[in-house]
Design a protein around this ligand. Structure first.
Ligand SMILES: NC(=O)c1ccc[n+]([C@@H]2O[C@H](COP(=O)([O-])OP(=O)(O)OC[C@H]3O[C@@H](n4cnc5c(N)ncnc54)[C@H](OP(=O)(O)O)[C@@H]3O)[C@@H](O)[C@H]2O)c1
Length: 217
């Protein structure tokens, strides 16, 4: 009996040691060489982990009261300052959009940006853009060093918002009663308002303001 208990204790210790060895990630020579210049910049917990760095992913949207964002395939307002804001933030970055949003663009592709169009149609052609078969595939097509932007529409926002770290929201002070596309407005359990722009208005008197929301840890 004593011999059996002793043997099982040795077995348990060996198993624990094996688990510890597999849990601690030790870079091989190639990885160590590759990481040589960056290792000291990374927190130990990241360097010593097999988990890849979580990439920044941004969403950008203009939403009216209640989260209305579209009607009949179009955006139900025209705010030129918001278009400039959109261009300034997304310029030089990949933009990920659903096929309907792509088709709604007056000028395709959006210049100066990698345009990635999400569609289930295998043979869909979008000259000047790259095609992805799912929102996840589209995100995976961007390297962690690229700050990709989700630019709509409704289905793509809903599918990708759980992965987004920052949300650029233009609040439009309009009631769009016949809207057919919606954005899930941020709730304060999940998001923190990090920047709130001052209220502004178009020459026609449509109120709007720019907000930046960051996902809570
Ligand atoms: N206010 C804003 O900031 C804003 C921004 C963007 C868009 N919008 C508006 O939103 C409306 C368009 O939005 P929407 O929701 O109708 O369409 P959308 O999200 O732009 O595109 C929908 C299409 O994307 C593809 N898709 C969606 N989920 C997918 C998945 N999980 N896997 C593979 N493909 C997927 C499908 O394409 P296939 O059918 O080809 O398979 C689907 O028909 C328009 O009115 C537009 O003006 C507003």
């Amino acid at each position: 009996m004593i011999i059996f208990a002793f043997a099982s204790e040795i077995g348990a210790k060996a198993k624990l040691k094996k688990n510890m060895e597999t849990a601690i990630y030790v870079p091989n020579d190639h990885e160590a060489l590759r990481d040589k210049d960056h290792a000291e910049l990374r927190p130990f917990s990241l360097y010593n982990s097999t988990e890849s760095r979580r990439a920044e992913l941004h969403a950008i949207v203009a939403a009216a009261r209640g989260g209305a964002i579209g009607r009949g395939g179009e955006i139900p307002w025209h705010i030129s300052e918001d278009l400039k804001h959109f261009k300034a933030l997304t310029q030089g970055h990949p933009v990920i959009m659903g096929r309907a949003t792509w088709e709604s663009l007056p000028k395709r592709p959006l210049p100066g940006r990698r345009n990635i169009v999400v569609t289930r149609q295998r043979d869909y052609e979008a000259p000047g853009a790259e095609i992805a078969g799912s929102p996840e595939e589209a995100i995976g097509m961007c390297s962690p060093d690229e700050q990709a932007f989700i630019i709509g529409g409704g289905g793509i926002y809903r599918a990708t918002l759980p992965y987004c770290t920052t949300l650029h929201l233009t609040r439009v002070e309009l009631d769009v009663e016949d809207a057919d596309t919606w954005f899930p407005l941020p709730d304060e359990e999940e998001w923190t308002l990090s920047e709130a722009g001052r209220p502004q208005a178009t020459p026609e008197g449509v109120g709007y303001k720019f907000e930046t929301w960051r996902r809570k840890k």
